[in-house]
Design a protein around this ligand. Structure first.
Ligand code: PEP
Length: 252
């Protein structure tokens, strides 16, 4: 089984001072938990400050997005080469970027490849909307997002995939562990068909969408779920520490 990972996506929240306070509040509790890779993804503006706070700790740092080009005339963008000095992970293709900011599968694919090229670990986010699920298209949509997200990479090492059904993000209505497992088994099969089952088995698959300290254990027990991508519940130190601890205990 891949190493379990719990990543917190802070989205567009926290000033630098708030970010520092949040990290200070969760660091001792997270440090005490073994057996799970812990990752926090603050906004760009807080990455440097949080990086300093996490020096020498077991908690890794991730960004929430990046451009796929290394440098150039892209006002307001941040490149992979800028990020690699700051963090180890980068979220790519989050549904809020796909649906609110028009990010396409092709652009997400370029980002995944660009991240791997500089040694960042991309967390490729995929997931269907409620309409796509209701229309019976969920499997096809997710399969397309996985294949196009990986269209420009020749190997899977370093990659993570997060299955985040759009209807479950920030709604309090998480997928059932059984439904999440069914889709994530399908994602594993899709990866195996493209890269072979041995490589596919090494890819951590994270579930995301209204994960809480109380429901995380039920996801952690599923065969193809190796961790979680957590939004709202990662913004409170106590809740996030409890969530990671519950996941670590369930995964033993
Ligand atoms: C997310 O933003 O990736 C997410 C899963 O959010 P939430 O946990 O709040 O549903």
């Amino acid at each position: 089984m891949a190493t379990p990972i719990i990543a917190g996506n802070w989205k567009m929240n926290t000033t630098i001072n708030e970010a520092k306070k949040l990290v200070a509040g969760m660091k001792p509790g997270l440090e005490a938990i073994e057996g799970v890779q812990k990752v926090v993804c603050p906004p760009f503006t807080a990455l440097a400050a949080v990086r300093e706070q996490l020096q020498g700790s077991s908690i890794a740092l991730g960004a929430q997005n990046m451009h796929f080009e290394g440098s150039g005339a892209y006002t307001g963008e941040v490149s992979p080469t800028m990020l690699v000095d700051l963090c180890q992970f980068v979220i790519t293709g989050h549904s809020e970027r796909r649906h609110k900011l028009g990010e396409s599968d092709v652009v997400v694919g370029k980002k995944v490849a660009a991240a791997r090229d500089v040694g960042l670990r991309p967390i490729l986010c995929v997931g269907e909307t409620l309409k796509e699920r209701d229309d019976g298209d969920a499997d096809g949509v997710v399969e397309r997002q996985v294949s196009l997200g990986l269209a420009e990479v020749s190997a899977l090492d370093g990659l993570l995939v997060a299955y985040e059904p759009v209807w479950a993000i920030g709604t309090g209505a998480a997928a059932t562990p059984k439904d999440a497992q069914a889709m994530m088994g399908h994602i594993r099969e899709t990866l195996a068909a493209l890269y072979g089952s041995s490589a596919a088995s090494e890819v951590p698959l994270l579930y995301g969408g209204s994960v809480t300290a109380d429901n995380v254990a039920s996801f952690a027990f599923q065969e193809d779920i190796d961790g979680a991508l957590v939004g709202g519940a990662s913004l409170s130190p106590e809740t996030f520490v409890r969530l990671v601890r519950n996941a670590a205990e369930a995964l033993v």
